[in-house]
Structure formats: C-alpha cells, structure tokens
Design a protein around this ligand. Structure first.
Ligand code: SAH
Length: 214
C-alpha cells in the first residue's frame, strides 16, 4: 500500500474507533482531504486526530469531533444547513457532501475569504460563506433543517433556535469559554425543545460582533 492510502486508512480507522460509524459521514470524510484546510507549520499534521491552530487565533476541530457532530445532525440530501464558525472551512466542506445547501458564517472576513477559495478549488458549489456575527443566524435564509455551531456558547443562541425548522436538529457546544463544555443536541418538536447531552468537548468561544479584519 502506498503512503497516501495507508494514511487515509489510519485516518478512517481513528474516526471509527472514536464512534463515527455512519457510512455516509465516513465517506464524506474520506472524500474531503483535510490537508488543504491547514496551512503553514501544522500542515504536516493534517491527518492526525487533533485540533490544530489556523489563522486569526482559531482552531480547526479534531476530525473525530467533526465526525461525531456531523453524525449527530442526521443530515438528509434535501437539507438546508447553517454552520456558525466557518474557521478553515473543513466542517462546511463535509456538510456540503451530505446536504443540499450549506450556509456558513464566520466573524473573521479573512477566514471566510480563505475558505471560499478552497471551496472554489474543490468545486463545492453548494456552500455560501458569509462574514457576519453568526449568533444571530441568517434571517434571510431561515428556517434551516439543521444548524451546527462550532464555537462554544453559554447557552444555545435564541435566534438560532428560532431559525430551526420544526423537526430540525441543532448541535452546539455549550459552556463557559475555558471551563468544561458539553456538546448538546437540540431537537425542535411542535411541542417544544428536547435537549440531550452528548459528550464533553473543548471549542473556542462564540464571540459577539465582527473580527478586526472584517
Ligand atoms: N468549523 C471550523 C472550526 C471553527 S473554530 C472548521 O471546520 O475549521 C470556531 C470559529 O467560530 C472561529 O473561526 C471563530 O472566528 C468563529 N466564531 C466565533 N464567534 C463567532 C460568531 N459570533 N459568529 C460567527 N463566527 C464566530
């Protein structure tokens, strides 16, 4: 086996061993190479199951956490998905393989610009990347079938809950910025919201307003 194939096999093995078992999620993660989303010093570590630094003091999430969050969303091919926290664009690229349409928002214009370039290069035409404060969602595009927040909020943001369809699912890390955070799945029913706690996680905080570079 060549080095590339072996690296890919190990990457997928690590995902499975951490609980990413959904075949569609695994094949989306096999299709989207994490390499192009990481530049500079850490580029060589793209296939390790670790979060890594990206521009603007942010991080690209750990692949197994990306897999578990994606799996928890139970995305179907007709879904319109909102991601808050574009970061490198890696998570949005994976969502784009599973959903009809992906909107992704980040408060740093530079991250959005760089992610857009990668989406174009990979010909991922169903992603719209927008600079903005994602805690308010995207009222013009709402409602969404699925919402994924990839920065930690103290509570699931109200505007995002409001922009979730009945029958929709939102996944969001909740907790104080540096303390313990928990990944929460929220399902919206006719009768109200149902919460379940998935696992402890560690994300950069959801911050109000735009980044200085915006
Ligand atoms: N999903 C990303 C990782 C996200 S890191 C990936 O796949 O690489 C969290 C991101 O959330 C950071 O890029 C940060 O700029 C962004 N963020 C934090 N608060 C935000 C807000 N209020 N609105 C939009 N983006 C926000």
């Amino acid at each position: 086996m060549n080095a590339d194939a072996e690296r890919k096999m190990q990457f997928l093995f690590a995902l499975r061993s951490k609980g990413v078992t959904d075949a569609r999620v695994l094949s989306a993660m096999e299709e989207i190479d994490r390499g192009p989303f990481i530049r500079g010093l850490f580029a060589g570590r793209a296939y390790e199951d670790m979060p890594l630094p990206i521009a603007c003091g942010q991080t690209i999430s750990q692949p197994s956490v990306v897999g578990l969050m994606t799996q928890a969303l139970q995305i179907s091919a007709r879904d319109k998905v909102l991601e808050v926290g574009t970061g490198s664009g890696y998570q949005a690229a994976i969502l784009s393989k599973l959903a009809r349409r992906v909107y992704t928002v980040d408060r740093h214009a530079r991250l959005v610009r760089e992610a857009r370039d990668i989406f174009d290069a990979l010909n991922l035409t169903n992603i719209t990347a927008i600079t903005g404060d994602g805690s308010f969602g995207l009222p013009d595009q709402a409602p969404f079938d699925r919402i994924l927040v990839t920065a930690a909020a103290e509570d699931p943001p109200g505007p995002l809950l409001a922009q979730l369809k009945i029958g929709g699912i939102m996944v969001v890390p909740v907790g104080q910025s540096d303390a313990v955070q928990s990944l929460i799945r929220v399902r919206k029913h006719e009768t109200g919201l149902e919460y379940d706690e998935m696992r402890p996680v560690r994300f950069v905080p959801l911050v109000e307003g735009l980044g200085k570079d915006a």
